[in-house]
Design a protein around this ligand. Structure first.
Ligand code: PLP
Length: 388
Protein backbone atom coordinates (compact mmCIF):
# COMPACT_ATOMS: atom_id res chain seq x y z
CA UNK A 1 0.00 0.00 0.00
CA UNK A 2 1.29 3.46 -0.89
CA UNK A 3 1.42 5.51 2.30
CA UNK A 4 0.41 9.16 2.44
CA UNK A 5 1.87 11.45 5.10
CA UNK A 6 -0.35 14.42 5.99
CA UNK A 7 1.00 15.26 9.43
CA UNK A 8 3.77 17.78 8.62
CA UNK A 9 2.78 19.98 11.59
CA UNK A 10 3.76 17.12 13.92
CA UNK A 11 7.12 16.66 12.25
CA UNK A 12 8.78 16.71 8.84
CA UNK A 13 11.11 14.21 7.16
CA UNK A 14 14.71 15.36 7.21
CA UNK A 15 15.95 16.87 3.94
CA UNK A 16 18.67 14.61 2.41
CA UNK A 17 21.12 17.55 2.26
CA UNK A 18 20.56 18.16 5.97
CA UNK A 19 21.53 14.57 6.70
CA UNK A 20 24.65 14.89 4.51
CA UNK A 21 25.68 18.09 6.29
CA UNK A 22 25.29 16.43 9.71
CA UNK A 23 27.07 13.13 8.99
CA UNK A 24 30.71 14.27 9.43
CA UNK A 25 29.89 15.69 12.88
CA UNK A 26 28.86 12.27 14.18
CA UNK A 27 32.20 10.70 13.30
CA UNK A 28 35.33 12.45 11.92
CA UNK A 29 34.49 15.90 13.28
CA UNK A 30 33.47 14.69 16.69
CA UNK A 31 35.28 17.31 18.79
CA UNK A 32 33.84 19.08 21.82
CA UNK A 33 33.43 22.76 20.88
CA UNK A 34 34.84 23.76 24.28
CA UNK A 35 38.18 21.98 23.64
CA UNK A 36 40.96 24.24 22.49
CA UNK A 37 42.69 21.73 20.23
CA UNK A 38 42.05 21.27 16.53
CA UNK A 39 39.06 18.92 17.00
CA UNK A 40 37.38 21.34 19.35
CA UNK A 41 38.07 24.34 17.13
CA UNK A 42 36.61 22.53 14.14
CA UNK A 43 33.36 21.81 16.03
CA UNK A 44 33.26 25.35 17.44
CA UNK A 45 33.65 26.79 13.94
CA UNK A 46 30.68 24.71 12.78
CA UNK A 47 28.38 25.97 15.53
CA UNK A 48 29.57 29.55 15.07
CA UNK A 49 28.70 29.47 11.35
CA UNK A 50 25.37 27.82 12.14
CA UNK A 51 24.62 30.56 14.65
CA UNK A 52 25.56 33.29 12.13
CA UNK A 53 23.34 31.79 9.47
CA UNK A 54 20.32 31.32 11.75
CA UNK A 55 20.71 34.80 13.26
CA UNK A 56 21.00 36.35 9.78
CA UNK A 57 17.83 34.58 8.65
CA UNK A 58 15.73 36.57 11.17
CA UNK A 59 17.78 39.81 11.14
CA UNK A 60 19.21 39.10 14.60
CA UNK A 61 22.76 39.25 15.91
CA UNK A 62 24.65 35.97 16.36
CA UNK A 63 25.03 36.47 20.12
CA UNK A 64 21.24 36.71 20.41
CA UNK A 65 20.76 33.02 19.45
CA UNK A 66 20.81 30.33 22.15
CA UNK A 67 20.65 26.73 20.93
CA UNK A 68 18.26 24.49 22.84
CA UNK A 69 17.00 20.90 22.70
CA UNK A 70 13.90 21.97 20.78
CA UNK A 71 10.83 24.19 20.79
CA UNK A 72 9.61 23.09 24.21
CA UNK A 73 12.86 24.02 25.90
CA UNK A 74 12.98 27.35 24.05
CA UNK A 75 9.44 28.17 25.27
CA UNK A 76 10.17 27.10 28.87
CA UNK A 77 13.46 29.02 28.80
CA UNK A 78 11.78 32.22 27.57
CA UNK A 79 8.96 32.14 30.11
CA UNK A 80 10.84 30.95 33.19
CA UNK A 81 14.01 32.86 32.31
CA UNK A 82 12.24 36.20 31.99
CA UNK A 83 9.83 35.55 34.89
CA UNK A 84 12.59 34.70 37.39
CA UNK A 85 14.94 37.45 36.21
CA UNK A 86 12.28 40.11 36.80
CA UNK A 87 10.23 38.67 39.69
CA UNK A 88 11.36 41.26 42.22
CA UNK A 89 9.79 44.01 40.09
CA UNK A 90 6.82 42.39 38.38
CA UNK A 91 4.77 39.21 38.54
CA UNK A 92 2.25 39.30 35.69
CA UNK A 93 2.38 37.40 32.38
CA UNK A 94 -0.12 37.61 29.52
CA UNK A 95 -0.79 34.90 26.95
CA UNK A 96 -3.62 33.33 24.94
CA UNK A 97 -5.49 30.10 25.69
CA UNK A 98 -4.60 28.36 22.40
CA UNK A 99 -0.84 28.21 22.94
CA UNK A 100 0.99 24.90 22.64
CA UNK A 101 1.28 22.98 25.93
CA UNK A 102 4.99 23.89 25.93
CA UNK A 103 3.73 27.37 26.86
CA UNK A 104 0.46 26.75 28.74
CA UNK A 105 1.83 24.03 31.03
CA UNK A 106 4.88 26.17 31.80
CA UNK A 107 2.60 29.12 32.60
CA UNK A 108 0.54 26.90 34.91
CA UNK A 109 3.79 25.94 36.67
CA UNK A 110 4.70 29.62 37.04
CA UNK A 111 1.22 30.27 38.42
CA UNK A 112 1.91 27.69 41.15
CA UNK A 113 5.12 29.59 41.88
CA UNK A 114 3.10 32.77 42.54
CA UNK A 115 3.04 34.52 39.17
CA UNK A 116 -0.27 35.95 37.90
CA UNK A 117 -1.27 34.70 34.47
CA UNK A 118 -3.89 36.33 32.21
CA UNK A 119 -5.15 34.44 29.17
CA UNK A 120 -6.65 36.96 26.75
CA UNK A 121 -9.48 35.20 24.84
CA UNK A 122 -9.33 34.62 21.08
CA UNK A 123 -12.26 34.90 18.67
CA UNK A 124 -13.92 31.93 16.98
CA UNK A 125 -11.22 31.82 14.29
CA UNK A 126 -8.50 31.65 16.96
CA UNK A 127 -7.33 35.24 16.45
CA UNK A 128 -6.51 37.52 19.36
CA UNK A 129 -7.30 41.24 19.16
CA UNK A 130 -4.10 43.23 19.87
CA UNK A 131 -6.20 45.87 21.62
CA UNK A 132 -7.33 43.24 24.14
CA UNK A 133 -3.66 42.55 24.86
CA UNK A 134 -3.13 46.29 25.40
CA UNK A 135 -6.03 46.38 27.86
CA UNK A 136 -4.64 43.42 29.81
CA UNK A 137 -1.23 45.03 30.38
CA UNK A 138 -0.78 46.47 33.88
CA UNK A 139 2.18 48.07 35.62
CA UNK A 140 2.95 44.57 37.04
CA UNK A 141 3.24 42.95 33.59
CA UNK A 142 6.65 41.48 32.72
CA UNK A 143 5.95 39.55 29.57
CA UNK A 144 3.44 38.89 26.80
CA UNK A 145 3.68 35.53 25.03
CA UNK A 146 1.59 34.97 21.89
CA UNK A 147 2.33 32.26 19.34
CA UNK A 148 3.08 33.24 15.74
CA UNK A 149 0.77 30.55 14.33
CA UNK A 150 -1.28 27.86 15.97
CA UNK A 151 -0.19 24.27 15.44
CA UNK A 152 -3.70 22.79 15.45
CA UNK A 153 -5.92 25.21 13.56
CA UNK A 154 -3.20 27.15 11.69
CA UNK A 155 -4.40 30.65 12.63
CA UNK A 156 -1.66 33.27 12.21
CA UNK A 157 -1.71 35.84 15.02
CA UNK A 158 -1.17 39.62 14.52
CA UNK A 159 2.36 39.50 15.94
CA UNK A 160 3.68 42.80 14.54
CA UNK A 161 0.76 44.74 16.06
CA UNK A 162 1.16 43.04 19.44
CA UNK A 163 4.91 43.67 19.28
CA UNK A 164 4.30 47.36 18.69
CA UNK A 165 2.02 47.58 21.72
CA UNK A 166 4.52 45.74 23.96
CA UNK A 167 7.31 48.05 22.82
CA UNK A 168 5.18 51.12 23.60
CA UNK A 169 4.29 49.69 27.02
CA UNK A 170 7.85 48.59 27.75
CA UNK A 171 6.86 44.95 28.26
CA UNK A 172 8.87 41.99 26.92
CA UNK A 173 7.28 40.10 24.03
CA UNK A 174 7.86 36.40 23.29
CA UNK A 175 6.50 34.48 20.33
CA UNK A 176 6.49 30.73 19.77
CA UNK A 177 7.37 30.59 16.06
CA UNK A 178 7.79 26.81 15.93
CA UNK A 179 5.17 26.45 13.16
CA UNK A 180 6.33 29.42 11.07
CA UNK A 181 10.12 29.54 11.39
CA UNK A 182 11.63 28.42 8.07
CA UNK A 183 8.24 28.63 6.35
CA UNK A 184 7.62 32.38 6.52
CA UNK A 185 10.13 35.21 6.31
CA UNK A 186 10.64 36.48 9.87
CA UNK A 187 12.36 39.72 10.86
CA UNK A 188 12.54 40.14 14.64
CA UNK A 189 12.79 43.91 14.30
CA UNK A 190 9.79 44.26 12.01
CA UNK A 191 7.78 42.04 14.36
CA UNK A 192 9.14 43.83 17.45
CA UNK A 193 9.71 40.57 19.29
CA UNK A 194 12.20 40.27 22.16
CA UNK A 195 12.20 36.47 22.35
CA UNK A 196 11.36 33.88 19.70
CA UNK A 197 11.29 30.07 19.84
CA UNK A 198 11.99 27.74 16.92
CA UNK A 199 12.48 24.01 16.38
CA UNK A 200 14.46 22.31 13.59
CA UNK A 201 12.26 19.26 13.06
CA UNK A 202 9.35 21.35 11.74
CA UNK A 203 11.42 22.60 8.78
CA UNK A 204 12.97 19.38 7.46
CA UNK A 205 15.75 19.47 10.05
CA UNK A 206 16.64 17.04 12.86
CA UNK A 207 14.65 16.42 16.04
CA UNK A 208 15.96 17.45 19.44
CA UNK A 209 17.39 20.82 18.46
CA UNK A 210 15.92 24.30 18.44
CA UNK A 211 16.77 27.80 19.45
CA UNK A 212 15.66 30.77 21.48
CA UNK A 213 16.30 34.25 20.12
CA UNK A 214 16.84 36.70 23.00
CA UNK A 215 17.15 40.37 22.07
CA UNK A 216 20.24 42.02 23.51
CA UNK A 217 19.36 43.75 26.80
CA UNK A 218 16.49 41.42 27.79
CA UNK A 219 16.82 40.46 31.45
CA UNK A 220 16.78 36.65 31.57
CA UNK A 221 18.34 34.04 33.84
CA UNK A 222 20.10 30.90 32.53
CA UNK A 223 18.08 27.78 31.89
CA UNK A 224 20.75 25.17 32.65
CA UNK A 225 23.59 25.81 35.08
CA UNK A 226 26.99 24.25 34.49
CA UNK A 227 29.67 25.11 31.96
CA UNK A 228 30.02 28.28 29.96
CA UNK A 229 28.34 27.01 26.78
CA UNK A 230 25.92 29.40 25.07
CA UNK A 231 27.52 32.29 26.97
CA UNK A 232 26.64 30.67 30.27
CA UNK A 233 22.91 30.78 29.49
CA UNK A 234 22.47 27.12 28.64
CA UNK A 235 25.18 24.80 29.91
CA UNK A 236 25.88 21.33 28.41
CA UNK A 237 28.03 20.23 25.50
CA UNK A 238 26.39 21.42 22.32
CA UNK A 239 24.52 19.08 19.98
CA UNK A 240 26.95 19.81 17.15
CA UNK A 241 25.44 17.56 14.43
CA UNK A 242 21.95 18.81 15.34
CA UNK A 243 22.97 22.45 15.21
CA UNK A 244 24.73 21.94 11.85
CA UNK A 245 21.61 20.21 10.51
CA UNK A 246 19.36 22.95 11.84
CA UNK A 247 21.39 25.60 10.02
CA UNK A 248 21.36 23.57 6.79
CA UNK A 249 17.56 23.29 7.01
CA UNK A 250 17.31 27.07 7.52
CA UNK A 251 19.60 27.68 4.55
CA UNK A 252 17.49 25.44 2.30
CA UNK A 253 14.27 27.12 3.54
CA UNK A 254 15.81 30.51 2.73
CA UNK A 255 16.20 29.54 -0.94
CA UNK A 256 12.41 29.27 -1.04
CA UNK A 257 12.11 32.85 0.27
CA UNK A 258 14.54 34.07 -2.42
CA UNK A 259 12.37 32.69 -5.19
CA UNK A 260 9.14 34.02 -3.68
CA UNK A 261 8.37 30.81 -1.77
CA UNK A 262 6.93 28.95 -4.76
CA UNK A 263 6.75 25.75 -2.75
CA UNK A 264 4.39 27.25 -0.23
CA UNK A 265 2.21 28.63 -3.05
CA UNK A 266 1.91 25.09 -4.39
CA UNK A 267 1.11 23.78 -0.91
CA UNK A 268 -1.43 26.56 -0.37
CA UNK A 269 -3.24 25.56 -3.56
CA UNK A 270 -3.34 21.93 -2.44
CA UNK A 271 -4.58 23.02 1.00
CA UNK A 272 -7.42 24.99 -0.60
CA UNK A 273 -8.33 22.08 -2.85
CA UNK A 274 -8.47 19.80 0.20
CA UNK A 275 -10.56 22.24 2.26
CA UNK A 276 -13.04 22.91 -0.54
CA UNK A 277 -13.22 19.21 -1.39
CA UNK A 278 -13.97 18.17 2.19
CA UNK A 279 -16.54 20.89 2.82
CA UNK A 280 -18.36 20.19 -0.45
CA UNK A 281 -18.27 16.39 -0.29
CA UNK A 282 -19.06 15.94 3.42
CA UNK A 283 -22.29 17.35 4.91
CA UNK A 284 -22.06 18.90 8.36
CA UNK A 285 -18.33 19.51 8.14
CA UNK A 286 -16.87 22.84 9.20
CA UNK A 287 -13.46 24.44 8.84
CA UNK A 288 -11.74 25.28 12.13
CA UNK A 289 -9.39 28.25 12.29
CA UNK A 290 -9.16 31.41 10.21
CA UNK A 291 -10.40 31.22 6.58
CA UNK A 292 -7.48 33.28 5.19
CA UNK A 293 -5.00 34.10 7.96
CA UNK A 294 -3.95 30.48 8.28
CA UNK A 295 -0.80 28.45 7.72
CA UNK A 296 -0.30 27.52 4.07
CA UNK A 297 -0.28 23.82 4.92
CA UNK A 298 -3.05 23.53 7.53
CA UNK A 299 -6.46 21.91 7.16
CA UNK A 300 -8.51 21.41 10.33
CA UNK A 301 -12.14 20.34 10.09
CA UNK A 302 -14.82 19.10 12.44
CA UNK A 303 -16.92 16.34 10.93
CA UNK A 304 -20.12 16.14 12.93
CA UNK A 305 -21.55 13.01 14.55
CA UNK A 306 -18.29 11.03 14.49
CA UNK A 307 -15.12 10.94 16.54
CA UNK A 308 -11.85 12.27 15.12
CA UNK A 309 -10.05 9.21 16.53
CA UNK A 310 -12.29 6.83 14.55
CA UNK A 311 -11.59 8.77 11.36
CA UNK A 312 -7.85 8.65 12.11
CA UNK A 313 -7.84 4.89 12.62
CA UNK A 314 -9.76 4.34 9.41
CA UNK A 315 -7.47 6.67 7.47
CA UNK A 316 -4.51 4.80 8.92
CA UNK A 317 -5.93 1.52 7.60
CA UNK A 318 -5.92 3.20 4.17
CA UNK A 319 -2.29 4.23 4.64
CA UNK A 320 -3.09 7.90 5.33
CA UNK A 321 -1.38 9.54 8.33
CA UNK A 322 -3.27 12.47 9.89
CA UNK A 323 -3.93 13.90 13.34
CA UNK A 324 -6.80 15.00 15.53
CA UNK A 325 -4.95 17.85 17.22
CA UNK A 326 -1.42 18.22 18.44
CA UNK A 327 0.54 14.97 18.40
CA UNK A 328 1.38 15.49 22.05
CA UNK A 329 -2.24 15.25 23.16
CA UNK A 330 -3.24 12.28 21.03
CA UNK A 331 -3.95 9.36 23.29
CA UNK A 332 -5.74 11.68 25.69
CA UNK A 333 -9.54 11.64 25.93
CA UNK A 334 -9.74 15.35 26.69
CA UNK A 335 -10.86 17.37 23.67
CA UNK A 336 -8.33 19.84 22.33
CA UNK A 337 -7.95 22.95 24.54
CA UNK A 338 -7.54 24.95 21.33
CA UNK A 339 -10.88 23.89 19.86
CA UNK A 340 -12.67 24.51 23.15
CA UNK A 341 -11.06 27.98 23.41
CA UNK A 342 -12.43 28.96 19.97
CA UNK A 343 -15.90 28.07 21.20
CA UNK A 344 -16.49 24.57 19.84
CA UNK A 345 -18.73 22.35 21.95
CA UNK A 346 -17.24 19.07 23.21
CA UNK A 347 -18.87 17.04 20.45
CA UNK A 348 -17.46 19.19 17.62
CA UNK A 349 -14.08 19.35 19.33
CA UNK A 350 -14.02 15.55 19.51
CA UNK A 351 -14.87 15.28 15.82
CA UNK A 352 -11.88 17.21 14.54
CA UNK A 353 -9.37 16.10 11.95
CA UNK A 354 -6.10 17.86 11.13
CA UNK A 355 -4.36 17.27 7.80
CA UNK A 356 -1.10 19.16 7.32
CA UNK A 357 0.74 19.20 4.01
CA UNK A 358 4.39 19.62 3.10
CA UNK A 359 7.04 19.55 0.42
CA UNK A 360 6.42 15.88 -0.30
CA UNK A 361 2.64 16.22 -0.75
CA UNK A 362 1.48 15.45 -4.30
CA UNK A 363 -1.84 16.44 -5.85
CA UNK A 364 -2.72 12.74 -6.34
CA UNK A 365 -2.44 12.34 -2.58
CA UNK A 366 -4.94 15.13 -1.99
CA UNK A 367 -7.23 13.49 -4.55
CA UNK A 368 -6.90 10.14 -2.80
CA UNK A 369 -7.84 11.66 0.58
CA UNK A 370 -10.84 13.32 -1.06
CA UNK A 371 -11.88 9.95 -2.46
CA UNK A 372 -11.32 7.92 0.73
CA UNK A 373 -12.44 10.33 3.47
CA UNK A 374 -16.13 10.74 2.43
CA UNK A 375 -16.47 6.93 2.28
CA UNK A 376 -15.02 6.58 5.79
CA UNK A 377 -17.33 9.30 7.09
CA UNK A 378 -20.36 7.66 5.48
CA UNK A 379 -19.48 4.28 7.03
CA UNK A 380 -18.87 5.78 10.50
CA UNK A 381 -22.01 7.88 10.40
CA UNK A 382 -24.09 4.81 9.56
CA UNK A 383 -22.85 3.34 12.85
CA UNK A 384 -23.02 6.57 14.85
CA UNK A 385 -25.40 6.67 17.83
CA UNK A 386 -25.38 10.48 17.49
CA UNK A 387 -27.45 10.31 14.29
CA UNK A 388 -31.13 9.67 14.87
N1 PLP B 1 5.33 24.98 19.98
C1 PLP B 1 4.56 24.65 18.93
C2 PLP B 1 3.63 25.66 18.34
C3 PLP B 1 4.63 23.37 18.38
O1 PLP B 1 3.87 23.05 17.34
C4 PLP B 1 5.53 22.43 18.97
C5 PLP B 1 5.59 21.03 18.47
O2 PLP B 1 4.61 20.46 18.05
C6 PLP B 1 6.33 22.84 20.05
C7 PLP B 1 6.20 24.13 20.53
C8 PLP B 1 7.31 21.91 20.70
O3 PLP B 1 8.45 21.76 19.88
P1 PLP B 1 9.46 20.54 20.12
O4 PLP B 1 8.78 19.32 19.62
O5 PLP B 1 10.68 20.89 19.31
O6 PLP B 1 9.77 20.50 21.57
Amino acid sequence: MKRIYMDYAATTPMHPEVLEAMKPYFADRFGNPSSIHFYGREAKKAIDSARDLIAGSINAKSEEIIFTSGGTEADNFALEGVAYANEKKCDHIISIPIEHHAVTNCLEYLKRRGFKITYVPVDKTGMVDPEDIRKAITDRTILVSVMHANNEIGTIEPIAEIGKICKEKNVYFHTDAVQTFGHYKIDVNELNVDLLSASAHKLYGPKGVGMLYVRKGVKIVPYLYGGEQERGMRASTENVPGIVGFAKAVEIAGHGFDNGSQTDKRIRQLRDKLIQGILSKIDDSILNGHPTQRLDNNVNVSIKYIEGESILLNLDLEGIAASTGSACSSGSLEPSHVLLAIGLDHESAHSSLRLTLGNGTAEEEVDRVLEVLPKIVKKLREMSPLIK
